[in-house]
Design a binder for this molecule. Structure first.
Ligand code: ATP
Ligand code: MG
Length: 444
């Protein structure tokens, strides 16, 4: 289908220009593949007199016959106008203002067409730092201008529910056919504007199995340190997308060859460079994660993160054990390693607690003290800690048959697994289940 379409485009006289309009009959996208919520947003915008297109990854994935992860919309309505149209929406972002239209857990991202920075208005509404990074990009424009502000050609595709055509800019559809990730514009300038685009190039290469075009790839290694200027919380969001999408292993290898992984997890990089055992362990964990996702099993980011930082924690604990006992040494090492990690890719508390539980449970699982068996088995993190033991053994660590022992134990004790309720108190003294008195909103 795509092949036929491309050969048609190649012959068409418009194929030379930077935009190609592919009519409904020549592409395989149908409305039924688009989420109802995205359609609702598209139609409401159009009924209110605005232009509205499905854009980016949603169109790319549909053309590739894959199920899109989410649907993004581009419109000529300003963020405030979109916000006014949808009661269930919120304005987000300062650097890049957007509207999220929220339908329960489903969020449709609506972005206003971005415009050129070169005119007077553009200069006022955009801001760059001295290395060329865009600190703000809220210059609005037309769909044609918007397309060239997008990152890769395969993401500059727009699907229009008015006539069901696809607009492809800068040869996006050909690049889909050629399985090529190509930056729009000058790659170095575009990476300097937003260094996260380097991670995105690798992510799409890993996810789609595409090659990164030579010119797009060339500057990455040298520019990789620019990621240090990106807020650690944004890098965490990107890290989740890199490692939780079912292609973690291939993505990891692509990151390695471009020196990008060490920007995200510098301590892990040092540990795996130092000891091939830990490299094997990280790779095995990534492969296992991909397998779990392909089998439709759940996966917590805390598991992979606990693998990434495990060798760093052990190393530091070993040093500390010269001065303090093993237990406190591990606690302190965990604390230090995690807080150092927060400087590059910050890990939210909701993942830090489970990571530390997985680590704490390791020696308890190995020791198997008879009086602790019940509480270990009943621990809400038992399963992840047990998987961690299996991983360590899988890569060759001798844990005196611990994995096998717990495998048999679970078979012999197939009781319903009920996690222990956790009590963790917040700063105000209330626990998470909210048994505090409701606070009154201050009168305004
Ligand atoms: P997926 O949702 O499958 O991860 P995507 O391509 O849809 O991939 P999003 O992060 O959802 O990625 O972004 C939606 C679209 O916004 C992209 O397809 C691209 O056109 C544009 N975009 C996102 N991030 C950037 C960026 N950093 N620079 C330029 N354009 C971007
Ligand atoms: Mg998307």
């Amino acid at each position: 289908m795509l092949k036929r379409l491309i050969s048609k485009l190649k012959k068409s006289p418009t194929a030379e220009s930077s935009v190609e309009v592919i009519p409904r009959k020549s592409h395989g996208i149908s409305r039924t593949q688009i989420s109802e919520n995205a359609l609702k947003v598209l139609y409401r915008l159009q009924k209110s007199g605005f232009e509205a297109h499905l854009v980016g990854g949603g169109v790319r994935d549909l053309l590739l016959g894959q199920e899109p992860k989410d649907f993004d919309i581009a419109t000529d309505a300003k963020p405030e106008q979109v916000h006014k149209l949808f009661r269930n929406s919120r304005l987000i972002g300062r650097r890049f203002r957007l509207v999220h239209v929220v339908f329960g857990r489903d969020v449709i991202e609506v972005a206003t067409f971005r415009g050129s920075h070169d005119n007077a208005q553009g200069k006022q509404e955009s801001k760059q730092n001295e290395s060329g990074m865009l600190l703000r990009d809220n210059v609005y424009g037309s769909i044609d201008e918007d397309a060239i502000r997008r990152d890769f050609t395969i993401n500059a595709l727009y699907y229009n529910t008015k006539d069901f055509s696809v607009r492809s800019y800068e040869g996006g559809i050909q690049d889909i056919y050629n399985a090529s990730i190509r930056m729009i514009g000058d790659p170095e300038t575009r990476y300097r504007e937003d260094p996260v685009r380097m991670l995105r190039a690798v992510r799409f290469a890993g996810k789609l199995g595409f090659d990164i075009d030579k010119k797009t790839d060339a500057p990455i290694r040298q520019l990789a340190p620019l990621l240090q200027d990106i807020p650690a919380a944004r890098l965490f969001e990107e890290a989740l997308k890199l490692f939780m999408a079912g292609h973690a292993h291939s993505t990891f290898e692509l990151l390695q060859t471009r020196d990008l992984f060490k920007q995200l997890f510098p301590q892990t990089q040092a540990a795996i460079d130092n000891d091939s055992f830990y490299r094997d362990m990280v790779i095995q964990a990534l492969k296992n994660s991909d397998l779990r996702i392909s089998q439709g099993k759940s996966l917590t980011p805390a598991f992979l993160l606990s693998v990434f930082l495990w060798p760093c924690m052990l190393e530091r604990a070993k040093q500390l054990q010269n001065e303090i006992p093993a237990g406190p040494a591990m606690q302190q090492a965990a604390q230090e390693v995690i807080s150092k990690q927060q400087q590059s890719t910050s890990i939210p508390k909701r993942f830090v607690f489970p990571m530390r539980d997985i680590w704490d449970l390791q020696h308890r699982l190995v020791k198997r003290l008879p009086k602790s068996i019940d509480s270990i088995y009943g621990h809400e993190r038992f399963r992840a800690a047990y998987d961690f033991i299996l991983l360590r053994e899988e890569v060759g660590e001798d844990l005196d048959g611990t994995g096998q022992w717990w495998t048999v134990y679970q078979k012999d004790n197939p009781r319903e697994y009920v996690p222990r309720p956790r009590k963790r108190y917040n700063k105000r003294g209330g626990n998470r289940s909210g048994d505090r008195k409701p606070r009154r909103r201050p009168e305004s």
